[in-house]
Design a protein around this ligand. Structure first.
Ligand SMILES: C[S@@+](CC[C@H](N)C(=O)[O-])C[C@H]1O[C@@H](n2cnc3c(N)ncnc32)[C@H](O)[C@@H]1O
Length: 455
């Protein structure tokens, strides 16, 4: 049962049809959609859920509605990062980017509220020659973000665990900022019954203030001429159109209109003060959950100078240290090696300076691809390396059957014939992780904290 005050608060919003809206909330069968990982799909020997793929999500690339929700946990390809289970409305960010930055080059992108990482993975794929700083304020959620980023496997994501105000020093640094704001969550009422119970007029007002505060703290990081995308999964005007007015009034952002197809069912709205464009997703009109998004351009004025970038708390290992690792994994020379804690990592040389600058001001949870660390004389490859997109021609790869893959993901002992030492294991052609073959046993190196607990 939806709160009366909530329904009352939506009356008068263009596209809101109380009866149809409430009927859509009675539907028990949820909508499930996935977006394939464009970098891993070419290696897949079998398309997951091929019999369940119902129809493509019209505003996204290689994203599909499924006829039912399978057990994703028990699909090894979820753990290999073959796809991301993402709510369809959220995928509209790709349609926005296609229209506003049709030829992405080497953009520096900030996803300020990024966990669990649905939009981060989308941004990482869209800006494949750029870099995405994916930030999450809550530590436990930053860990989930990090896990999902590792599974996605790209080398162009830096995960940070900071408050938005910590970004203030990165003046005019980003070409694109996505603020997928924390909100009252009414758009997810169909999926999350707790959100219904927690909804209140007071919380909507508190969320609106928080959205303004986050905007204020990060707006200076956007380059003149840069793109600002604001989204929520709330239907409340206070969190949607009113924030778009705030962004135009306070920071002079210019609203950008996006083309939509009538058959998509998305409702175009305008804010009351600045007539800023916004896009509303109502569940009775769209095959997806509730969502709001608006797009802005920062005026193109030239101001400010970049600070001196070149001091950072990241170490560069010596060539002597990296030579055996380079030889072990045949690392292409467009990568820069760096050491974070005791882990050897790489990032594209193009983004080395970006990383230095970010690391000067923010807590970096992960960046680039971790290759592993030295334990005595042994080099222990990181799990992240197995999940990355790096070709590892010198590594022996053992293809597992479904039962073996699930045993591996449960971190159970498995029997395999591999080469002595480190071997990657894969399922349907995608790497799942590492095993170490010893004379009398095989050690399973799947991370304990990620293991599947479900039978
Ligand atoms: C809507 S969710 C983000 C979903 C994510 N963008 C995705 O696509 O998977 C909003 C996020 O904002 C974070 N958050 C909460 N309070 C915040 C604050 N004060 N500043 C920034 N982010 C905050 C939440 O922890 C949550 O992860």
């Amino acid at each position: 049962m939806l709160p009366t005050a909530f329904i009352h608060s939506l009356k008068g919003i263009p596209g809101f049809d109380a009866e149809a809206f409430m009927a859509a909330h009675q539907q028990t069968q949820g909508i499930t959609s996935i977006r394939f990982n464009p970098f891993k799909k070419p290696y897949l020997k079998e398309i997951p859920f091929s019999s369940l793929l119902q129809a493509p999500v019209p505003w996204a690339t290689d994203a599909w509605y499924l006829t039912e929700r399978p057990s994703f946990t028990l699909d090894p390809l979820l753990h290999a990062g073959a796809y991301y289970v993402q709510e369809a409305s959220s995928m509209f960010i790709e349609a926005i980017l296609n229209q506003t930055i049709p030829n992405p080059t080497n953009e520096v992108v900030l996803d300020i509220s990024a966990a669990p990482g649905g939009k981060t993975t989308l941004l990482s794929a869209y800006f494949k020659h750029g870099i995405v700083v994916a930030n999450e304020i809550i530590k436990s959620r930053a860990a989930i973000l990090s896990e999902n980023v590792m599974k996605w496997g790209t080398d162009n994501i830096i995960v940070t665990n900071n408050e938005p105000r910590h970004f203030e020093k990165l003046s005019h640094f980003f070409d694109v900022i996505l603020l997928d704001a924390p909100c009252s969550g009414s758009g997810l009422f169909r999926k999350d019954k707790n959100a219904v119970e927690e909804w209140s007029v007071e919380n909507v007002a508190a969320c609106s203030l928080r959205q303004q505060k986050i905007s204020k703290e990060i707006i200076g990081c956007l380059k003149p001429g840069g793109l600002f995308i604001y989204s929520t999964c709330s239907y409340s005007v206070e969190e949607d159109e009113n924030i778009t007015d705030y962004l135009c009034n306070e920071y002079g952002l210019e609203s950008v209109r996006v083309q939509i197809q009538p058959e998509w069912g998305i409702v175009e709205v305008q804010s009351s003060l600045n007539a800023a464009w916004g896009y509303r997703f109502f569940p009775d009109k769209v095959k997806g959950e509730g969502f709001f998004v608006a797009v802005f351009k920062k005026p193109n004025v030239i101001e400010g100078v970049f600070q001196n970038w070149l001091e950072a708390h990241i170490a560069i290992p010596s060539a002597k240290q990296t030579a055996p690792i380079e030889a072990m994994f045949q690392i292409p020379d467009f990568y820069q090696f760096f050491l974070q804690e005791d882990s050897f990592k790489i990032i594209s040389k193009v983004y080395w300076r970006t990383l230095l600058m970010v690391s000067k001001h923010l807590y970096i949870k992960r960046a680039g691809i971790s290759l592993g660390s030295l334990k005595g004389k042994d080099f222990i490859p990181s799990h992240e390396l197995a999940l990355s997109l790096l070709q590892l021609p010198s590594v022996n790869q053992i293809e597992l059957h479904l039962n073996e893959a699930l045993a591996y993901l449960r971190k159970q002992p498995i029997e395999l014939n591999g080469n002595m030492g480190w071997n990657a294991v894969s399922y349907c052609g995608l790497r799942l992780g590492w095993v170490k073959v010893l004379p009398n046993r095989v050690n399973n190196y799947y991370p304990s904290e990620w293991r599947i607990l479900k039978d």
